[in-house]
Design a protein around this ligand. Structure first.
Ligand code: SAM
Length: 348
């Protein structure tokens, strides 16, 4: 498929933020039921026939490359539940358009697929691991597959990725006592750990501010054990602020709740059924599946994407942080009315 002949850069939104990074959700299904993301007993799933095929995703990715996107992250739901994901990675990699092709996964199925994904051109992997205690994972994510996650991390470390990182959502009353152990886990394996503040995204129907362990508290905890924690200077739009310990160990904090970073956000998201969203918290989306399936040309789709991005003014996390009284973003009825509001549908 031809990439549209329009100049790739710069495409700035109303705050001058470039369209640089695209998160592709390849499925809304997940094999975990983390309490902060999918706590309900049942869900309304996207209809199978509406899920974009690999060819459709690859075509869309090519169009996005044409308007400036350089970085792709495959996510979900659990992206490794999508059969033959390495085939999609291969298609994206063969384009030669992306400086980064990464995957966010819960790691359960990574052990058996890490080598194939790497061979297909996947460059970086982030594994979500919130606890080092298998029994806590049973209680918190309704899964007894902790050992498989650890195997997945080991397989990724051995597969030759440019980087393997671990994401840990820290929640008061659940795992705030594991911050130092998780940091040690990463330190021993030369894996960068990123501590994520509990966010009030769609799906987090039990969210409350009291359960958020703020960035400041995480940094104080680490400093009390390891001494001085030095910020690592970094340009750009990466969600994590990075810090170094005296021995050179680097870790990150993603403080989307208490210190949001919308002003540098160059990310947008494509749901598995082809709705393009301009903000993790946003309501506004463009139905690319319809455009694709009704026969729009690449150039027409690129025009629609460019127009929406130029008008983009979303700063969802900052607006949430500015609220005085902050409760859950969406109650269950609102999520049932539109499952695209779910974090697991729009791609974390
Ligand atoms: N299944 C994959 C995984 O577990 O990494 C990818 C999708 S998951 C939605 C992506 C990331 O979002 C995970 O690191 C998860 O911990 C994070 N996440 C989900 N809900 C969250 C919440 N309420 N607050 C903070 N992070 C959340």
């Amino acid at each position: 498929m031809m990439t549209p002949a329009i100049s790739p850069l710069p495409l700035g939104d109303s705050f001058g933020r470039p369209l640089r990074s695209l998160r592709l959700s390849v499925t809304d299904r997940c094999n975990l039921r983390c309490r902060y993301c999918m706590p309900e007993a049942d869900y309304i799933w996207l209809p199978r026939e509406s899920i974009l095929t690999f060819e459709e995703i690859d075509r869309v990715a090519g169009i996005f490359a044409g308007v400036g996107v350089e970085k792709i992250r495959l996510t979900g739901g659990e992206p490794l539940l999508r059969q033959n994901l390495a085939t999609l990675v291969g298609l994206l990699s063969r384009r030669g358009s992306f400086s980064d092709i990464a995957l966010t996964t819960n790691g359960i199925l990574l052990g058996r697929s890490a080598a194939a994904l790497r061979a297909a051109g996947l460059l970086r992997v982030t594994v979500s691991l919130d606890t080092l205690h298998p029994d806590r994972m049973v209680a918190f994510a309704r899964s007894a597959r902790h050992a498989e996650v650890l195997e997945g991390i080991e397989a990724a470390r051995g597969a030759g990725f440019r980087s393997v990182k671990v994401n840990s959502v820290i929640i008061r009353g659940y795992n705030e006592d594991e911050v130092l152990d998780l940091l040690e886990f990463g330190r021993e394996r030369s894996i960068e750990i990123r501590f994520i503040e509990y966010m009030d995204v769609g799906g987090a129907t039990a969210w409350s501010m009291e359960q958020v362990v703020p960035r400041r508290e995480i940094l104080d905890l680490v400093a009390r054990r390891y001494g001085e924690v030095t910020p690592v200077s970094q340009g750009g739009s990466a969600p994590a602020e990075r810090f170094a310990l005296a021995d050179g160990t680097v870790f990150g904090v993603i403080a989307s709740t208490t210190a949001p970073f919308c002003r540098a956000c160059d990310r947008s998201r494509l749901t598995a059924d082809g709705t393009w969203l301009l903000c993790l918290y946003g309501e506004r989306g463009l139905d690319l599946r319809e455009l694709l399936r009704l026969g729009a040309s690449d150039a027409e789709i690129a025009e629609r994407i460019s127009g929406l991005w130029r008008a983009r003014s979303e700063r969802g996390a900052e607006e949430r942080a500015e609220l005085g009284d902050r409760g859950v973003l969406h109650r269950i009825e609102s999520l049932r009315a539109d499952p695209r509001r779910e974090m697991h549908t729009r791609g974390g």
